[in-house]
Structure formats: C-alpha cells, structure tokens
Ligand binder design. Structure first.
Ligand SMILES: Cc1ncc(COP(=O)(O)O)c(C=O)c1O
Length: 419
C-alpha cells in the first residue's frame, strides 16, 4: 500500500522488538527474567495509593469533559511551585504545558522548532531521538559517547555541528545507562548554547536545549541531578524541560507529562497538541496536582527510591563480584533511574558446541537461551552494533530474583571458554 514518505521511513522501536521476543517466550511458558523493559511491574511497583484514590475521586465527581488545552491550571500551578522549590526558578503557568506523557511533548517540541533539514545534535546511546528526527525530517548529528564518560556527551563533542543545529537533545538521568550528566559538563554545554544564541542574534531561529529529565526524582545515594536553568537562569529562554510521572511515580500507564519552556514556543505547542488531542486525561491531571501537594508525595519518593536502589545495588554487586572473580563482565556504579549499565565482553568466547559468539546479537541470544535473562544491547539505543554494553532494568525485579539471576548468569558464563 502506498503511504506517506514519513511513515514509510519510520522504523519500529528496536527496544520493543527485543523485549517483545522475551515476552513471547514467557507467554510460551519459558521462565525468563525480562530485564528489558523501561517500565514497572505494577504489582511490585504500584503508583501511590493516594494518587489512585484521587484519580477515582475525580472520575466519581464527573470531571470528565475536555481538559484545558495546555493542561489544568491546578496542575500547572503545582508544577510551577515544585520547580521553584527544586531550582529556585520561577515559571509562569503559561510557560508550562501538560500532555499525555513525555512522548507527545517531545514530538511536539521537535515539530514546533524544526523545519525539514534542520539539525538535531544528540548523543548515543539514547532513547528515541532518532525516531523524532525521522518524523520531523530533521538532520541528525550523532555523538557516540563512551563508557569512561558514563555515556554522556561533552560540549566539545557537539561544537562542530552547532551552527547547523536548532536542537541539542539531552537526557539526564540517561536512559539507557542510568547515569547523570556532571555539573561541569552541563555548565559547558549551557555556556556553548548561550554563546551560539548570542552569535545568532534575535532574528535567527535559536538553538534550543531540549532537556529530558523524566527520571529526575529517581536518584541513587548522594548523586545530584542538575537542570540547565538552575546553572544559568539565562538558559530559560532556550531550554525546554521534559518531565512527567511515568517513571518517578511509576505511572507509565497513567499518562501525565509536561514541558516547561519559553512562552512563544509553549503557545505553539498548545495549538499543535490541541490538534492532535494528546492531552492527559482530566481526572489524572487533577489528581497529580493534589498529590504533588500531599505529604505522601515525599514519603512515596523516599520509599520508592529505596526499593529501586536496593535492586540496583544488588545487581551492581552481582556484576562487580563476577568481575572480581575474573569473568569478562563489567558494570558502571548506579547513579539514577531504574537502569544499570553492564558489559558482557563475550565476543570470541567459545560455546560448548565449539562455535564462537561473534556478535553482540549472539551474546544477547546466548544469555537469553542459557541464563534465561533478557537485557537490551546498547545498539538498540543507536550505539555501535559492536558495543558490548547492555541496559539492565530493575522495573520488574523482586529482591529475591537477584540471587537466582546471579546463579543462572554465572552458570551460563561457566559454560563458555575464553581462550
Ligand atoms: C528518556 C525518556 N524520555 C521520555 C520517555 C517517555 O515517557 P512517557 O512514557 O511519559 O511518554 C521515556 C520512556 O521510556 C524515556 O525513557
């Protein structure tokens, strides 16, 4: 069937393809630890009880007509208060827009800023930037990041593409690595964005920093999360912040997200999003506004972080110990989000049948078949096909699973020969 060039160019999510394979095998009755999904098992990690109560309350109150086009004012006010408390920076409710999760907002931001052929600078591995570039016919300037930099890019990496770009897309804490951009690196990037916009002057289309912080409240230990605006208040004019409850209130299916940005851009996004109708449901918006004021919010976040971090620490110990024992694995210490970055350096290892593991894909298949563990290779996030790093998500893990996963992994590694 002949369809539009845009949809013909569209590619499905590699991550969903990989997690789909694990899910299919689980449905066929295989016992597999599916550590691929950027989602939660709601039986292990439910949304806050109080939030469900408030959502049901607003349905019972029949608050079910159209929400305000840019989001319910209650929620935008609550978000402005929260942002002020966290960063010391004031946002007017007109500088905030609510959508059905982070995705429609990210897409609207790309659509509202970019003309066909405009440039987007983004690092890999990262989540979904490639697809938003395809959908908007943008030109991608891709920065390949390294494990030693915790898979974060630097200003210097980006500088060669600056003049041709209208968006730098950054995500911190980062999906897939669960790492946080350092204050120094973010400072240098902001300085560069300010300098470039100064050079362009007021009549040219600006260079925006789209800063996706959807994991902003899922922080490990004494790590710190930074926003561009708290480093340089002048960045407010060029920054779009994306956030939402999908990850830090475990509400991936509740669909409430938001963007904070300069008023003229937010006004256009309001119109764009209005035509698409990708608003968050009104009862959910009102309930989130209430919940952000509730004392349960802080209590929930505290407890939620504890439970996530104990799993990240548990898996970190598994991989650190295997490394100490001489297995060809590695791991980056957890910093944030629900992800751990693990390395399975198994290319060239020989299986029991004498054949060798030749590609990262084969390593993924071996670990799935022999250890019954599904991870996502970083190539699914746009990194090189030969990079032996994987994302491990703890969103479906029960504490007691960690020991079993350790034993199954070790036994699969023991079946390989490495000479
Ligand atoms: C970095 C990042 N941004 C945005 C999103 C989208 O979130 P939502 O489910 O709210 O659309 C995700 C989801 O996985 C994500 O990992």
């Amino acid at each position: 069937m002949k369809l539009s060039r845009t949809v013909e160019n569209m590619i499905g999510s590699e991550i969903l393809k990989i997690s789909g394979e694990a899910k299919e095998r689980i449905l066929r009755g295989e016992s597999i630890y599916n550590l691929t999904v950027g989602d939660f098992n709601p039986e292990i990690f439910p949304i806050p009880e109080k939030l469900s109560e408030r959502i049901i309350h607003y349905y019972k109150e029949h608050r079910t007509n159209y929400p305000a086009a840019n989001g319910e004012l209650n929620l935008r006010n609550s978000l402005a208060e929260l942002f002020l408390k966290d960063t010391g920076i004031n946002y007017d409710p007109e500088e905030i827009i609510i959508g059905a999760g982070g995705r429609p907002l990210l897409y609207s931001v790309f659509e509202s800023i970019l003309d066909a052929g405009d440039g987007v600078i983004y690092p890999v591995p990262s989540w979904n930037n490639e697809h938003y570039c395809i959908l908007t016919n943008a030109k991608s300037f891709i920065i390949e990041t390294k494990a030693e930099d915790h898979f974060m890019p630097s200003a210097e990496d980006m500088r060669p593409f600056l003049k041709e770009a209208n968006i730098i897309a950054l995500n911190s804490p980062l999906n897939p690595s669960g790492t946080i951009i350092t204050k120094e690196a973010l400072t240098e990037i902001c300085e560069m964005v300010l300098e470039e916009n100064h050079r362009r002057g007021k009549n040219a289309k600006p260079l925006f920093l789209v800063y996706d912080q959807i994991y902003s409240y899922l922080i490990h230990g004494d790590q710190e999360h930074y926003t561009p605006i708290s480093i340089f208040p002048e960045m407010k004019e060029y920054t779009v912040i994306i956030d939402g409850i999908s990850k830090w209130l475990a509400g991936t299916g509740v669909r409430v997200g938001w963007a904070l940005g300069p008023k003229p851009l937010m006004a256009k996004i309001k119109t764009f999003l209005g035509h698409v109708g990708a608003w968050a449901a009104k009862p959910e918006q009102l309930a989130v506004a209430d919940f952000l004021h509730d004392k349960e919010f802080g209590i929930y976040l505290n407890e939620f972080n504890k439970r996530i971090n104990s799993r990240l620490d548990g898996f970190y110990d598994v991989f650190s110990n295997l490394k100490k024992e001489g297995y060809p694995v590695d791991v980056i210490a957890p910093q944030a989000a629900i992800y751990l970055t693990v390395k399975l350096d198994l290319i060239g290892a020989k299986k029991e049948d004498g054949s060798k593991l030749n590609t990262v894909e084969e390593v993924f298949g071996y670990i799935l078949n022999e250890a019954k563990i599904a991870l996502v290779p970083f190539y699914a996030f746009g990194a090189s096909k030969s990079l032996p790093w994987f994302r491990l998500s703890i969103g479906t893990t029960r504490s007691e699973d960690i020991k079993i996963i350790n034993d199954q992994l070790k036994s699969a590694l023991d079946k390989l020969s490495y000479s």
